[in-house]
Ligand binder design. Sequence first.
Ligand code: NAD
Ligand code: UGA
Length: 428
Amino acid sequence: MHLAIIGAGFVGLSMGVVLADKGHKVLLVDVDKAKVEKINSGIAPFYEPKLSELLEKHVGNNLKATTNYSELEKAEIIFICVGTPSKPDGSIDLKYVISACESLKDVLKHAKDYKLIVVKSTVLPTTTEKVIIPILEKSGKKAGKHFGICVNPEFLREGSAINDFLNQDRIVIGAMDKKSGDILEKFYRNDFPSSPIVRVDLRTAEMIKYASNAFLATKISFINEIGNICKKIGIDVYKVVEGMKYDPRIGGHFLNAGIGFGGSCLPKDLKALINFAKELGEHPKLLEAVNHVNETQPERLVELAKQRIGELKGKKVAVLGLAFKPGTDDLRETRALPIITKLLDEGAEVIVYDPIAKLPEELNGSVKVASSLEEAIKEAEIIKIVTDWEHFKELINLEHYLEGKLIFEGRRIFDVKPENLEIEGICW
Ligand code: NAD
Ligand code: UGA
């Protein structure tokens, strides 16, 4: 089929290469000219496993990027995948969705055939009905008659985006009418026959996405709170989870205690849902507590070092990891940032090392960047593990650099505490 994807970011580009690999003609539309040029030269604009290979394979054949919306005329299904960031007050910023819809409206105005518009960006319940459809109908074309609308939230994770899209655990299709939903269901059924499909209305699909991310966030803050209690009495929270997870009602996923959840979505979607609930006159106490635990958890990693050695002023601290999780170079809402900022506030000298993520601009000049794990730990007096990169397990073999040094784990990387290292966990 001829498919178009608006927004060639983590979601748009990752699904674009998979759909090109399935044999579809994929047109990626993005306002970022530099990104479009990179994609058309076969260069991935961000790191994601398997992305480069698939991009190289399909660019110029099944896959093309453009900044020009007028090239969309052949597209049968158009996926909206632009970002939906937070405003400073935590509410959702729809500016990219609105500008994409304004451009799509002009495409619809001149369209000769029926097109299906699919909202994949994460938007709050009722946004498609109240914001997206009214803009698109300014084209003079009618939703349900000249074009169809679906909400099809995305559940992929960064660092495994391609695999997640290939093996979707469920496909949620919210449709404005039967025709729209049937077209999208047929499309997915052909290419992803083993994924269960859930058919609902537009606003339910929008809510499924927020409820899913809020639930994942809740699991993490829950186990972090349990971990904080365990720490006080010498219990390893990871052993507690070991004893909980065989209960199928509980399960073992997303119960890794540590410095909390970062990334482009869990924090922003949680805040957007809290804000939305308040607008509706609700007091979402549980969701607010989940957020509060997450905001305060990074500080604990710094406090732990202070409790063990006192003042951090003038101390050399190595921060291992910048990315919000392993397998990505994404720094959005990374827990590394509040930790480094607090260390600098305490007067520590900070040296950071990440295998692929680059230092955020706001820290330029304030911290040193090491080009290897060895370089980072050699001079440091204290070491903080902030991202759970596999590579950091190499610390076991670098004991000659680590004599007399304290290692604080913000993410659990060692299942069994190595005997040759002095390690303390944030909540274990
Ligand atoms: P992103 O910021 O990586 O990419 C968005 C892209 O949209 C950018 O390249 C930007 O230049 C482009 N863009 C902005 N305005 C545009 C316009 N008017 N026309 C064309 N392109 C435009 O965002 P992302 O991480 O891919 O997230 C996209 C959406 O998917 C968000 O709503 C997010 O919440 C949701 N989501 C993200 C993930 C994830 O893992 N990153 C997973 C599931 C859902
Ligand atoms: C998350 C969801 O897992 C995806 O299903 C969803 O599609 C996506 O958000 C989105 O809406 O964008 P992602 O942000 O890529 O995916 O990363 P996760 O693997 O969920 O990790 C998020 C954060 O939680 C990371 O900082 C990670 O270190 C932390 N985490 C995760 C924990 O602290 N403990 C855990 O047990 C799991």
